[in-house]
Each structure stands twice: as C-alpha cells, then as structure tokens.
Ligand binder design. Structure first.
Ligand code: BES
Ligand code: ZN
Ligand code: ZN
Length: 485
C-alpha cells in the first residue's frame, strides 16, 4: 500500500473515499460541514452518533472530488477511561480501513484534523494486512493508497508511521510462516536480507560456532531436529560519536516450531506453535524500524533460533545440559525449551558488552491463564529498567502488567542433580519460567516480556486480522528512540 501526505485542499482530493472521524461529544470537522444536514439527520435518528465502530457512507457528496464521504465514529474526546489517544486513533483508522477495503475501496484519503499522522498511518497499514500469503485465491480485498490530508510539516510523523507499520507487518509475515517454510536457517536468511538492505551488521552463528562457545543449553533443545539451529545477531550502531556507555540488547525467542519434544504437546492446537518464534520476529522487526529511525544508543539483537522436535536424537527428560555461563540444568520437561535457548542468549549478550537487556518470548501457557490475551507479562530484576520499558509500552499502546519475581520463587527450580531444574511445578508457571531466566541475567538490568497471550489473535478484531499481532515492535523501537543515559 502506498502512503501519501497531501496538503489538500480536501475538497479537491481524488479518492474512492474521504474519511473523517466524528466524535460523539463534539462538532464534526469543519471540512464536512457541507454535509451538515445529513449529519444532523444521522445523529437525530440515532443511526450514527459518533460512537466507536460506527460508520456512515455518503455517495457522490456535493462539493467533493472524492467519490464517497465516510464518517467514522471516534467515541468521546475527554472521557478519562476511554481517552481518544494514539491507540484509539490506530484502532479507529484500522477499523475503517478493514470495513472499507471489503467494499472494494482502493484509495482512501484521511482527514487528519490535528490527530497523530504516525498512529493513523500505522492503523491503516495494520488494518490492511491479511495473513493470506499462501491462499491462491481469496475474497480479501486491500487498499492501494492511504493518503493523509494534512500539512507538509507532518512528513516526518507520517514517515515514522510508515516505517513502524511496515516493521510490524514484516514481523507478522515472519510469524505467519509455517514451520515447514520458516526453519531456523530461513529465519536467519530473512533477518540477514533485511539487515543487508538497511546496512546493519548481521552475523549468523552456526552449530559449530555455538558448540565452540559452549552453548550446551541451546544445543540440547535443537539436537532432536533435522533442521540445524541458527543464532542470529544484528547490530545497530549510531553514526557519529556515541557519548553513552549504554548498550541495549533485544533478545527474542526463536523456536520456529514447538512440538514439545519428547514431552510432546497434545495435538489440539499444536499447529499454532509456529508462532513460538514471535519474540524473535518482534526483535527482527524492531531492528528494521531502528535501522531507519536511527536512535542514539547502540542496539544489538540476539535471536536464538531452533526447532523443538522429538526423535531418536532428541534430548530427554532427565538429561543434564551445561549452559554457556557454566550452570548445569536438569531437563524435567522438554517442552520448557524457551528458557533453555534464552539463557544462553542472555549470557552471550552480556559477554558482548550489553548493559541493558530486554527479552520477548512466547514462553508460557501460564501467562495466558494469568493475563489472558490483553496484557504482556513483564518481569524484571531492576525497577528502573522496567520503568523505561513500561513508559515506552504505554506511549505505544502495548499493554503490560508487572509480575512478581521475588526470591521466594527460587526454590521452585531446585534440582537434586543439577544447579537448576528447567520447570517449577504446577503453580506460578510464568513466574518460575521468568525466575529461571533471571538466574542468568545476574546484575545486568533486564526485563522479560512473556508474549504468549498477545502475539497471536485467535479471533479477528475490527481493526486487525486474526493471526499474528506484531506485538513488541513498537515498544522496542520506542525504548531505543527515547533512551536517555
Ligand atoms: N511455547 C510454549 C508456550 C506457549 C503456550 C506459547 C501457549 C503460546 C501459547 C512453551 O515452550 C511451553 O510449552 N511451555 C510450557 C512450560 C511447561 C512445560 C512448564 C507450558 O507453558 O505449558
Ligand atoms: Zn515448549
Ligand atoms: Zn515454546
């Protein structure tokens, strides 16, 4: 989809639809005043009052070059609980795009009217996306052009929206790929292709290199698969003198398919486990945005990529693995594989000199039980670091909930035969998983984001298709862009 910014005049903009947001509790934008009596009729009949999700379409509007005038409800302006913020704008525009594209509308002009160009463009791009790459025929229709009507001074704002929208859809494409297509090798190839385009440094470590380094925990997981593992490292360095000593690491779980291994998962919904690399994909997508938006802090992405399979060479319950940092781990369940690849990635990131760590992982079913599909579970060993991540997440409308990580949880991971067990029993599963990772973060400020409940939509939303959500990309990018040492 092409993104444009035009200054107007709005009445001369050629488009299949000219879209304006109308709030429930305030007057319609001046530009639609030509349709004032129509709007009054709509409001008095109750057909369109400006509530979220409402839409009214007027064909051949008088005095407009556009073929249709479309009013979209935005809800209340000042309502404290439901503030019309960037997140609401993103949803409103996304919802309008999804409704209108199904009607065959190809070019849409949007009256920005003082709203954020960035959020409007993102909303349009996210709403236009369909996970239908593998359909040879489909009823899905899509927009060709999304044109923002607003002053030229908004160019950077609109550009940021385009870059972020594109990065999120890139992540969603990766997550949507099935396990037979997106192997660890293929994930690495796609990451490298993106990095090369943006002239970011990208290193793919192979199995031999990982063995040399001593990543026994990661290699234990991958040994059951016919697909070799890959450890993806993408480096962004600011141009010019870097004054800060800080170095941010973004670490993402990249299990391209999780069968559970020998502790095999039930077959119900197992097909969804292609999204077990959503953390890795979010990190790669964020690097795509970071490579273009160029924050002032060095950022390195680490994506351990493996496939978790049963088989004659697979690791078994009872096996003891030796991690890169030297700790031994007793495997009590081969389905708790995420923490086994992430601990080696965390240790490696620390060795590479990263001073602040964030990881994203579809780590546990338990976080879905705890928080449903609304909030990301956020865990930390450092409240200031969590504050930075939460501030970025809030600004970007990605909901997070601070979960506990007291030392009382440590005993859950006791093992008779090794330093740590890889599972912590039936209760508090998301916390014991996070605690396991904390053991490897040491004193480096670290935040762990469990995105198992938020990286995949089981049902479509009015503003977004079913399937991968692209969650994490916006928060990571914002975190890097707003970094203050
Ligand atoms: N990839 C899963 C977690 C998951 C579950 C992601 C549902 C998305 C949706 C992870 O590797 C896993 O299987 N975790 C186990 C841990 C258990 C064995 C301690 C789980 O959550 O059941
Ligand atoms: Zn698993
Ligand atoms: Zn997993």
């Amino acid at each position: 989809m092409e993104i444009k910014l035009v200054a107007g005049p709005f009445d001369q903009v050629q488009a299949d639809a000219l879209v304006a947001i109308v709030m429930e509790d305030s007057a319609a934008p001046a530009e639609v005043s030509g349709a004032a009596s129509w709007l009054l009729d709509l409001r008095t009949s109750g057909e369109f009052t400006g509530k979220p999700g409402e839409i009214a379409i007027l064909h051949q509007p008088k005095g407009l070059a556009a073929k249709r005038l479309v009013l979209v409800g935005g809800g209340k302006t000042g309502d404290k609980q439901h503030k019309f913020d960037a997140a609401a704008l993103r949803r409103t525009v996304g919802g309008a795009v999804r409704t209108l594209k199904q009607k065959g509308i190809k070019t849409l002009a949007f009256l920005l009217n003082g709203f954020s160009g960035e959020a409007a463009v993102e909303g349009a791009m996210l709403g236009n996306y369909e996970p239908d790459q593998y359909k040879t025929s489909t009823d899905n229709k899509s927009l060709d052009v999304f044109c923002v009507i607003g002053p030229a001074s908004l160019k950077d704002d609109v550009d940021r929206g385009r870059i972020l929208g594109d990065a999120q859809n890139f992540t969603r494409d990766l997550v949507n790929e099935p396990g037979n297509k997106l192997t660890p090798t293929e994930l690495a190839r796609r990451a490298k292709e993106m990095a090369d385009e943006l002239r970011l440094d990208c290193e793919i470590m192979d199995q031999d290199r990982m063995r040399q380094l001593g990543m026994g925990s990661l290699l234990g997981v991958s040994q059951g698969s016919a697909e070799p593992p890959a450890f993806i490292v993408i480096r962004y360095k600011p141009t010019g003198a870097v004054t800060s000593k800080d170095h941010l690491a973004l670490i993402g779980k990249g299990v391209t398919f999780d069968t559970g291994g020998i502790s095999i998962k039930p077959s119900d919904s197992m097909e969804k486990m292609k999204y077990d690399m959503a953390g890795g994909a979010a990190v790669i997508g964020a690097m795509k945005a970071i490579g273009q938006l160029k924050p002032n802090i060095p950022v390195t992405a680490f994506i351990p990529a493996v496939e978790n399979m049963p088989g004659g060479k697979a690791y078994r319950p009872g096996d003891i693995l030796k991690s890169l940092d030297g700790k031994t781990i007793e495997v009590l369940n081969t389905d708790a594989e995420g923490r086994l690849i992430l601990n080696d990635a965390i240790t490696y990131a620390r060795r590479m000199g990263c001073t602040h760590l964030v990881d994203a992982a579809t780590l546990t079913g338990a976080i879905v039980v705890a928080l449903g599909h609304v909030h990301i579970g956020a865990f930390t060993n450092n409240d200031a670091m969590l504050g930075r991540v939460m501030t970025a997440a809030k600004a970007e409308g990605e909901k997070m909930w601070h979960m506990p990580l007291d030392d009382d949880y440590k005993e859950l991971l006791k093992s008779t035969f090794a330093d740590l067990a890889n599972i912590g029993g039936r209760y508090g599963g998301a916390i014991s998983a996070a605690y396991f990772l904390k053991e490897f973060a040491g004193d480096t400020p670290w935040v762990h984001l469990d995105i198992a409940g938020t990286a995949w939509l089981d049902d479509a939303k009015p503003f977004m298709a079913k399937g991968p959500s692209g969650v994490g990309v916006r928060t990571f990018t914002k975190l890097a862009l707003d970094w203050k040492s």
